[in-house]
Each structure stands twice: as C-alpha cells, then as structure tokens.
Design a protein around this ligand. Structure first.
Ligand code: ATP
Length: 585
C-alpha cells in the first residue's frame, strides 16, 4: 500500500474558506469593527484634551491666563473618554468572544463532517496517524488561535490603524514621521513569512508524525511485546521526537530575528514623533497641544501594536492548522446524484474492472460479473487471489482504476456515502464495539429499531441468549472493560447490526471468522433465513457455504476463472472441483 498523506489546502483555498466563514457572520463582524473603531476614537479624546491642557499650562507659565477654571470640564472629558473607551472595548471583546466561539465551532463541525465523508479507502491509504494528528493537534491549535490570538490580532490591527489616522488628522507632518517604522517592519515580515510558513508546516507535520508513532505503538502493544520490538519502537519514537525538536528549533531561530525587530519597530514611531515634534514645536511650526496629543496617541498605539505582533505567531500557526484541516477532503469527490434502484434486476454489475492498491501493481484484471437481485454468490479462491479486493470494490470502498462498478444501475462513484451504505454493507472480521449499551451498539444502522427487532437479529446470528447473560440485558454497557464481550460475541453483535440496517446487498468477508465451524454454519443458516430475498456475496473459506450459494465465482490471480452453480462447477472438473475434493477429502 502506498502511503498517500492527506493533502494540505493551498493558500488560495484556505483564504476562500476563511472568507466564506467570515461572510457567514458578517453582521457580527461589522459590529465588532464598528465598536473597535469607536473605542479607539473615544480613547483619543484623552490625549486631545491633555494636549489642550498642556498648551494652557505652558501659556500660563509664560504669563498667559490662568487655566484653572477649565480644569473641571477638562478632567471630566478625560474621565468620560476613558469610561466610554472601556465600555466600547468591553462590548467589542464580548462580541468577539461570541464570534470566535461560533467560528471555532463551525470549523470543528465542518472538519468532522469532512472526516466522516472520507471514503474508507482514502483513510486506509493515508494511515490513521495523519488524521489523528490533524484531529488532535491542529483542531487544538486552531481553537487557540481563533479564540485567543486572532481576536487580539484583529482588535490590535484596527486600533493601530485608527490611532495612526487620528495622528494624521491632528498633524499630517507627525503622522508621516510615524510611518518611518513601516519599511523596516515590512522588510522583516516579508523575510520571516517567506520562511515561516514552511517551518510551521514542518512543526505541525512532525507533531502529527510523533502522535502517529506513539499511537501505533500503543495500538500494536501486544505484537510489540510478543516480538520484543520495544527498543525498536522506542528508537522510532526518539527519531520522531528529534524531527519535531529540529523543526521547532528552526522556527525559533526565525522568531529570534522577528521579535526584536518588531519590538523596536513598535517603539520607533514614539521616538521619531518626540524628536521631530519637539523640534517643530521649539521652532514654532507646531503647537505644543498638537505635539503632546500625537505623542500620547502613539503611547496608546504601543500596547495594541505589541499585542498584535505577539499574537501574529499564533495566528500564523492557526493558519497552518486551518490549511491542514481544510485539506482533509474526499479525493475524487463523489459527484452525487447517483441513486441505486433497489428493484433493479441486475443489482451489481462489474464491467472490465481493473484495480491495484499501487497502480503499478494491479490486483484485479478485467473482471466482468453480473449479480441478480436476491442472488447468493460465493467467492472462492486461493489466498491473495483478490477476493477481498473484489468485495471492497463491490461495496464502493475503492474505485476501479479501469472499468466500472454499477450498483442498482447507478455508477458506484456517483452515489454518496449515506445512500451507498443503505444499499450495500461490507461486513468483515474487523469490528468495533462502542463504549455504550448493547442496544445502542445494535441500533447504529437502524436508530428506530424496537427491542423486539434487536432480539430477533441477535437470535438470527446465534446470540439470542446474550442479553439474558448480561446484568441489564440490552441496556448493559458493553465495549468497555466492565462487560468486555468475547471476540465471537462482538462478531455476532456486528452481524446483527448489519441485519438491522437492512441493506439491499450484504457482502460478508470472513464475517464469522471468530466463530467455531459449527457455530459459523449455524449462523450462516440463521442469516439465510432472515436475509431471504436479499442479495448476499460471501467470501467462502469453508466450502459448504459455496455449496449452499446460488452461484460460485472462482477468483484466481485477480480474475474470475470459473462462474456457475456448485453442481455445474463440480461437473466441469476445474479449479473449483479440485478445491472441493481437497476440502471434502
Ligand atoms: P485472502 O483469502 O487471504 O483474504 P484474498 O483473495 O481476499 O486473500 P486480497 O486480500 O484481495 O486477496 O489481496 C489481493 C492482493 O492485494 C494481495 O497481493 C494482497 O497482498 C494485496 N492487498 C490486499 N489488501 C491490500 C492493501 N490494503 N494494501 C496493499 N495491498 C493489498
């Protein structure tokens, strides 16, 4: 199997997603912008009044009128400016907190929807580690960015813009001197961002890799212990840690350049305004009030500017995470609209189907097969011949590289996942019991099934007595440690789940492998009864299953070499006859 990591969205795609996301909440967004602008405007009231006061004191010192009578209303205005600014900033932050939670929830929900829509074949090809990394690390990073860093960055940015505009209004000359900080800041930012995007990606990817390595070791702990691979797994984990360490160090080297320069750039305007303003005031070209006001406005701008710069890093990490989350998309997105007809006579049709997990090494070659509705087909053949692969193509898990698979007359690739799973279910030996009640586990495919139906389905798979053996019957919690069922019981529950889901076609691939031969054949008979009229494809390792099927297809080296009823194939004296004699003899 070739590992094809899940893609990362291109910057254009990520930006489009972000635009759409913000667009959805545009009114709240507009309100926040308005509140932030008004808060910054209100904040500038204080420097403006202080400028006038300074001018008044200076002229008083030079023998002018006593400014004492103006003091009460001036102090009142300063207090009002501070209070109004605080109130507006509080309202803006409140709205921003609501918005960021909403956006965060949207992103998480949509990510989950896309993950659930991924075709199983694509997850298998990418390995679960990558997906796990994105689900754990990237969702967490993005959440932090959206709820904490992005709001700070955003309010900081809007406030700085308003303060600079305010300074321009008071004195265009001093406004221009503020801009001296812009070129060095832009140069450093350009240098940094050119390198940082890739560096952040490397950190996130190394983090996901580490998670995957650890998760794999835990998943396969028994195998690791059985083969004494502990050292090897520890060495692999160490290597993953080293890669993450190296990636983080590279990122920190970049930040060591960025932060001092940005800090300096934030203070540079205050410095230039003081020097140029002081000179222009001393030479009588600017009033003391104007210079004082601009100096104080610059003081107001320092805090949001520094906040903006500090949150920039987290915003960028969030951007990288967002690209990784948006990148999780179903490949060859389902065109949709394909509706399999449950009444179709030719319920499954394979035409010239070719497929390989690695396109260079095809597993199936030109397979043609038509299944009639209600038919029971057994697939037999040597190990590795391609039976399971064929079953997976029939169930729409993989798409053929060549040829086509039609289900109920519709091309499998055009049927969306929900419709597909209501039509055909592949039951394999890999089952999972969720940590929930037995009834909930059974109702996964049929949420409205009544208890009677659940018991009937359990009966059909030879587990009719299971609820009676559990302390709370169907309501007993299973799946956890308290009531761990045996592998055979889990398999029975899983089969009952398939029966309850009532798909038109059921494909069974080693679905009874955990059961004793006797129990398995009993279950197969029970299944035949309850599934009467449905189409069933079974991969038969025990040939009595093939004997009971309507037709048998022999798969050899990726081709169907014989097709017919048990009796016909026996009479032909080919591979099936040889297999049967060997099995029977
Ligand atoms: P068995 O009876 O042992 O299950 P099978 O007839 O079902 O065998 P498949 O499991 O379909 O055969 O395997 C056919 C070929 O495809 C084999 O060479 C196998 O190694 C390869 N193969 C099967 N699954 C994968 C996979 N997930 N990734 C890569 N190769 C695979």
């Amino acid at each position: 199997m070739i590992i094809q990591k899940l893609p990362v969205a291109a910057p254009k795609q990520t930006r489009a997603y972000l635009r759409e996301l913000v667009g959805r909440h545009r009114w709240r967004f507009a309100l926040i912008v308005a509140l932030t602008i008004m808060a910054a405007l209100a904040a500038m009231g204080a420097p403006y009044v202080v400028g006038i006061m300074t001018e008044g004191f200076a002229s008083w010192a030079a023998g002018g009128p006593d400014p004492g009578s103006d003091l009460p209303w001036q102090l009142g205005l300063i207090l009002a400016s501070v209070l109004v600014q605080a109130g507006l900033a509080w309202a803006a932050h409140r709205q921003l907190a609501v918005l960021s939670e909403q956006v965060g929830a949207d992103v998480r929900e949509e990510f989950l929807e896309r993950v659930l829509a991924l075709p199983p074949g694509q997850i298998e090809a990418a390995g679960t580690g990558d997906l796990l990394g994105r689900t754990n690390l990237d969702v967490g990073q993005l959440q932090h960015s959206i709820t904490s860093a992005a709001p700070k960055f955003f309010t900081g940015f809007v406030s700085v813009l308003v303060y600079v505009a305010g300074a321009f209004v008071v004195s265009p000359v001093l406004g221009l001197t503020i801009l001296v900080a812009v070129p060095p800041m832009l140069l450093v930012l350009r240098w940094y961002f050119k390198r940082a995007f890739e560096a952040f990606h490397a950190v996130q990817a190394a983090g996901a890799d580490l998670t995957a390595t650890v998760a794999e070791t835990i998943d396969g702990i028994k195998t690791v212990e059985a083969f004494g691979w502990q050292r090897r797994r520890v060495a692999l984990t160490d290597q993953a840690i080293d890669r993450k360490y190296a990636a983080r160090m590279r990122m920190m080297r970049l930040q060591r350049v960025l932060f001092p320069v940005l800090d300096f750039s934030a203070f540079l305007p205050c410095l230039t305004v003081l020097v140029v303003g002081g000179y222009l005031t001393a030479t009588g070209r600017l009033s003391l009030a104007e210079t004082t006001t601009v100096v104080l406005i610059m003081q107001l701008a320092v805090a949001p500017a520094v906040e903006m710069i500090i949150s920039l890093q987290q915003v960028q990490i969030g951007g990288v995470s967002l690209a990784r989350l948006v990148g999780v998309q179903a490949e060859n997105a389902i065109e949709g609209g394909g509706l399999p007809d449950r009444e179709a006579e030719e319920i499954i049709e394979l035409k010239g189907v070719g497929f390989g997990y690695d396109p260079e090494r095809p597993v199936l070659h030109g397979v043609d097969l038509v299944l009639r509705r209600g038919e029971r087909l057994a697939l037999v053949g040597p190990t590795g011949a391609g039976k399971s692969t064929l079953a997976r193509l029939m169930a729409g898990i993989h798409r053929p590289d060549r040829g086509a698979v039609h289900l109920g007359g519709a091309e499998a690739g055009t049927i969306d996942e929900d419709t597909l799973r209501r039509f055909i279910i592949l039951a394999t030996q890999e089952y999972h019991l969720f940590n929930d009640t037995l009834a909930s586990n059974l109702r996964l495919g049929a949420p409205d099934a009544e208890d009677g139906h659940l018991l009937e389905a359990l009966e059909a798979v030879g587990a009719g007595d299971l609820p009676g053996r559990l302390e709370d019957g169907l309501e007993t919690k299973v799946g956890g440690r308290d009531h761990a069922l045996t592998p055979a019981e889990i398999q029975q529950v899983a089969l009952a789940r398939v029966i309850l889901a009532k798909p038109e076609v059921i494909v069974l691939d080693e679905a009874t492998s955990m059961l004793s031969p006797n129990a398995a054949s009993g279950i197969e008979q029970g299944l035949s009864r309850i599934l009467a009229g449905r189409t069933v494809v079974g991969i038969a390792h025990r040939l009595n299953t093939a004997h009971d099927a309507d037709r048998v297809a022999v798969v050899e080296r990726g081709r169907i070499t014989e097709l017919g009823s048990h009796d016909e194939l026996l009479a032909r004296g080919g591979s099936y006859a040889a297999l049967w004699r060997r099995w029977h003899g």
